[in-house]
Every structure is written in structure tokens, then in C-alpha cells.
Design a binder for this molecule. Structure first.
Ligand SMILES: Nc1ncnc2c1ncn2[C@@H]1O[C@H](COP(=O)(O)OP(=O)(O)OP(=O)(O)O)[C@@H](O)[C@H]1O
Ligand SMILES: [Mg+2]
Length: 142
């Protein structure tokens, strides 16, 4: 799949990028957000929510593992930071989200790489040179 890389210079710009991407996704799409602490993964999910016209505020599900939102489509926001093994993800019912008709987006997907469907869309976020700069690599959906 073709990729494109975009530099953003503010959280808002990252959110706008995500909001644009989500309008190109089919129901059932699974997104894996790669990037270190503070790279902007949760910020990106906030943009996905904006694009789906979710009304509730989106915050990190670090303590709950999964947050579920309703917009034009359901949005399942999963954060696997605290997960130890992929088996644990299955115990938590991760595969049910992955099979659903919503948009499922996963922070720290490396924690359960073996569970992710083959057609998972992988997105990579990195810090840039400047404090508010982020480099975001994502597939081009056609
Ligand atoms: N261009 C940018 N894009 C995204 N976030 C930015 C940008 N510039 C600055 N930020 C700031 O970087 C931080 C990103 O935090 P965020 O919670 O989204 O990271 P995260 O990747 O989810 O980290 P964690 O692994 O801890 O969950 C926020 O405080 C945000 O305001
Ligand atoms: Mg986060």
C-alpha cells in the first residue's frame, strides 16, 4: 500500500489530518498507531473522533483499556500500553472489536501484534525537530 508522510506543527493540525483520513475509511477498519510516549497517538484519535462527529470528549483509555464512542460510526479506542501478552488481549475481548463494524484504533499495537488483522492500517508518529513538530506516516487509501 502506498504511504505518505506529513509534518504537522500543532495538535490541531494532527487532528485535522486524522479527521480527513477517517472519512476515507470503510466500516470495520482497524488502525494501529505506532509511536513513543507523547508522539501524538491520542491526539490523532481525537481527530478521528472529530471526523466521525463524536460529541463526547476523547481521552486516553489507559486505565480502562477500551473507550467506546458513537459518531457516524462507532469508534473503539484501545490503549494496550499496560498489556503484557497478546493472550491477555484476547482475554479482554479485543478480537470482538476487531471484527465489528466500527472504526477500531489501537495505541501501542506492538503489545498484541499477533492479534491484529492482516488488513490493519499502520500509522507511524514521530517527534520532529521542533517541539510541536510531528512526522506522521500513513497509508494512502484509494
Ligand atoms: N504536532 C503535534 N501533533 C500532536 N500532538 C502534539 C503536536 N505538537 C504538540 N503536541 C502535544 O504532544 C502531546 C501528545 O500527547 P498524546 O497524549 O497524544 O501522545 P500519545 O502518543 O498518545 O502518548 P502515550 O503513549 O503516552 O499515550 C500533547 O500534549 C499535544 O498537545
Ligand atoms: Mg495516548
Amino acid at each position: 500500500m502506498k504511504q505518505r508522510t506529513k509534518l504537522t506543527h500543532s495538535p490541531e493540525e494532527t487532528q485535522t489530518l486524522a479527521a480527513e483520513l477517517v472519512t476515507t475509511l470503510a466500516p470495520g477498519a482497524v488502525l494501529a498507531l505506532h509511536g513513543e510516549l507523547g508522539a501524538g497517538k491520542t491526539c490523532f484519535v481525537q481527530g478521528l473522533a472529530q471526523g466521525l462527529k463524536v460529541q463526547q470528549p476523547v481521552s486516553s483509555p489507559t486505565y480502562t483499556l477500551v473507550n467506546e464512542y458513537r459518531g457516524h460510526l462507532a469508534l473503539f479506542h484501545i490503549d494496550l500500553y499496560r498489556l503484557q501478552t497478546a493472550d491477555q488481549a484476547l482475554d479482554l475481548g479485543l478480537d470482538e472489536y476487531l471484527e465489528g463494524d466500527g472504526i477500531t484504533v489501537i495505541e501501542w499495537p506492538e503489545r498484541a501484534a499477533s492479534v491484529l488483522p492482516e488488513n490493519t492500517l499502520h500509522i507511524y508518529l514521530e517527534h520532529g525537530e521542533q517541539a510541536d513538530e510531528r512526522r506522521i506516516r500513513m497509508p494512502i487509501i484509494t
